[in-house]
Design a protein around this ligand. Structure first.
Ligand code: NAD
Length: 255
């Protein structure tokens, strides 16, 4: 199986959980990623928004085991994503928009178009795309991110229809706010853009969730392992949130 963005955060938790479940895991992440290679996993240092990089990645992954590959692909977690720029839309530039779309949407497209033929040849597989609660509710001050995450759901829904008959299931995961570095960076950027304190913003995020808490990477990873397993053999074309019950990202905005 292949996980993109697997050196840190949710992707790393997925790599560890699939590893624990006995899968052979290959991780793709930026060559200079913060997290480095998770234990027991193959690793490619690659920018997965780059078509040539993704072609090279799949050549490596699909190579026979004695050449260091997996010899095929049964599971793809197209998980990579960046937060993108924070601010009112009139302050955002086209470069930030394009970069967010390239990393969050084009990377998933590039990986899926290489994974599908390999899975078809094997008689089936499971593709998991990582969107976000922001891809369901929108996210004020993060318009490129929210738009990219709606696009990921559109890609997943469409692909599920296109490849279901070949035994390939496609589902989309929507994490809520996950405890860790990424949310610290997101909240700090929002604090800088709004002048609110990071502590108040975190408290506001928690208040939006029925269970009044952030989730953890391992909670998303556990859902990913289930969705990729035979126990989920007829779960297809679904968008599944793991978020503690997000009530809204909207009504506490500017109240
Ligand atoms: P993270 O920043 O901790 O990890 C992302 C990983 O992706 C990093 O290791 C980074 O090096 C890698 N990466 C970034 N750009 C890349 C590229 N072009 N090519 C290859 N690798 C690249 O983020 P995370 O919190 O683990 O987020 C993972 C996914 O979950 C993302 O799609 C994110 O949008 C989504 N998500 C996260 C949260 C959250 O609260 N953290 C909430 C909802 C959705």
């Amino acid at each position: 199986m292949l996980i993109t963005g697997g050196a840190s955060g949710i992707g790393r938790a997925m790599a560890e959980a699939f590893n624990d479940a006995g899968a052979r895991v290959h991780v793709a992440d930026l060559p200079a990623s913060r997290g480095g290679q998770p234990e027991g996993c193959g690793f490619s240092g690659v920018d997965v928004s780059d078509p040539a990089g993704v072609d090279e990645l799949f050549a490596t992954v699909l190579a026979p085991a004695d050449a260091g590959g997996l010899g095929g692909l049964d599971v793809l977690c197209a998980n990579v994503g960046i937060a993108g720029p924070t601010g009112p839309i009139e302050d955002l530039d086209a470069e930030g928009w394009d970069q967010t779309m390239a990393v969050n949407v084009r990377s998933a497209f590039l990986c899926c178009r290489r994974a599908v033929p390999a899975m078809r040849a094997a008689g089936g597989g499971s593709i998991l795309l990582t969107s976000s609660t922001a891809g369901i509710t929108g996210f004020p001050m993060r318009s490129p991110y929210a738009a990219s995450k709606y696009a990921v759901i559109g890609l997943g829904d469409t692909l599920a229809m296109e490849v279901g008959e070949f035994g390939i299931r496609v589902n989309v995961l929507c994490p809520g706010s996950v405890d860790g570095d990424r949310m610290v960076r997101v909240i700090d950027a929002e604090a800088a853009a709004t002048g609110e304190s990071a502590a108040d913003l975190r408290a506001a995020y928690e208040k939006q969730v029925s269970m009044r808490t952030f989730v953890e990477g391992r909670d998303i990873a556990a859902m990913a392992v289930f969705l990729a397993s035979p126990a989920a053999r007829f779960v297809n074309g679904q968008t599944i949130s793991v978020d503690g019950g997000l009530e809204t990202l909207r009504t506490t905005w500017r109240t």
